[in-house]
Design a protein around this ligand. Structure first.
Ligand SMILES: Nc1nc2c(ncn2[C@@H]2O[C@H](COP(=O)(O)OP(=O)(O)OP(=O)(O)O)[C@@H](O)[C@H]2O)c(=O)[nH]1
Ligand SMILES: [Mg+2]
Length: 342
């Protein structure tokens, strides 16, 4: 899904970007060939063509995409902005696999923040898909936020992403709670080399700096309608969200390559009875995910149930889908999060 899916036709700007650049070597060897050409004005709407002649009074609205390398805290920032859990987070890179929309509704404005997968050098069909999803999130939006990590030097990976963004981009230096003052200053100074429009030191974890960022972004939004009902905070179905919650818990307990090998999808949704299938790539991974006498699955189930309405009966099933990460057809199917037959 892209930010443009449910906007009025005339409200779209620029071609839908599609792409590519995967894991641990996050910074090196990102090639321009791995990235589609984005329109220089990808973030600029054309008010006279769109929503023309409509009077929204003082109400502002718009779409704001959050991009950056993996693990810099994009999803944590989305949750902090929305004041509620919208996206799953983890300390493993490439946690986010979709565009995740979080909605911030205030009296004077409604902003739709679009969290994206971390941009990295791809090694697999999954990695390519993640980058394409992130790139597509840069089309038809009103503002873009580039998140960099205050605790790690700005590297080629950050520069690669920055090089794809328009000058109007806003830089967020995140994880300031974990950085020393001089580190934060030097990150800000380094980031100023991008020559973007604004720079915000923030801690998505503590919330420090987030209000100032939000105020700034609201002021940039054009007059516009509400795109979502007041009470909606995330644009994801409940089954999709539950599949993500299960993966989030698995990410907490797995290491090395295993996090990338895990996919989750809901195969039964007869509330309160929910079955989630956990896919791994090899037989050897199955035992790790199940744990001794089922201990891992039990812990995962308990943690997920604690986040769902009382009374849910959650069944977790582990299966092997050999090397799914490298097979585009399997990536397509598994990124759906919900069984096709549901
Ligand atoms: N100390 C500190 N840690 C943070 C902060 N924001 C995020 N983190 C941690 O950084 C790690 C990555 O956070 P995510 O929000 O999942 O990062 P992401 O950029 O969405 O990562 P991908 O989805 O993999 O691209 C997690 O362990 C977070 O708890 C922050 O402000 N301070
Ligand atoms: Mg994320």
């Amino acid at each position: 899904m892209t930010a443009s899916d449910d906007r009025p036709e005339g409200d779209r700007v620029g071609p839908q970007a599609a792409t590519s650049p995967e894991h641990d070597e996050l910074d090196d060897d990102l090639l321009d060939d791995d990235w589609p050409d984005l329109p220089a004005d990808a973030q600029v709407r054309v008010p006279e063509v769109t929503l023309a002649n409509m009077d929204f009074g003082d109400h502002r609205s718009g779409f704001v995409t959050i991009v950056g390398r993996p693990n810099v805290g994009k999803s944590t920032l989305l949750n902090a902005i929305c004041g509620s859990k919208v996206a799953i987070t983890s300390d493993k890179p490439q946690t986010t696999r979709h565009q995740i929309r979080g909605v911030l509704t205030r009296r004077d404005a409604q902003l739709v923040f679009v969290d994206t997968p971390g941009i990295h050098k791809p090694r697999t069909a999954l990695g390519e898909r993640l980058n394409a999803t992130a790139a597509a999130g840069l089309s038809d939006i009103d503002a873009v936020i580039l998140v960099v990590d205050a605790t790690a030097p700005i590297g080629p990976g950050d520069r690669f992403v920055a090089g794809k963004l328009p000058r109007s981009a806003i830089v967020v230096v995140n994880k300031c709670d974990a950085a020393k003052q001089d580190q934060i200053l030097s990150q800000l100074s380094e980031a100023s080399g991008f020559e973007f429009s604004a720079y915000f030191p923030v801690s998505a974890q503590t919330g420090e700096g987030v209000d100032a960022l939000v105020e700034h972004v609201v002021a940039l939004m054009p007059p516009g309608p509400k795109y979502y009902p007041d009470e909606q905070i995330r644009d994801m179905t409940e089954p999709q969200y539950v599949a993500e919650l299960v993966r989030e818990q698995l990410l907490r307990i797995t290491r090395d390559e295993l996090p990338h090998s895990i996919a989750t999808r809901v195969t039964e949704w007869e509330w309160p009875r929910v079955r989630v299938e956990i896919l791994v790539e090899r037989d050897s991974q199955k035992g790790i995910v199940i744990g001794h006498k089922g201990s891992v699955l039990k812990a995962v189930g308990t943690a997920v149930r604690a986040q769902l309405p009382e009374g849910v009966f959650l069944e977790l099933q582990v299966n092997v889908d050999k090397d799914w990460q490298r097979r585009p057809d399997a990536v397509d199917r598994l990124l759906g999060l919900v069984d096709d037959d549901l």
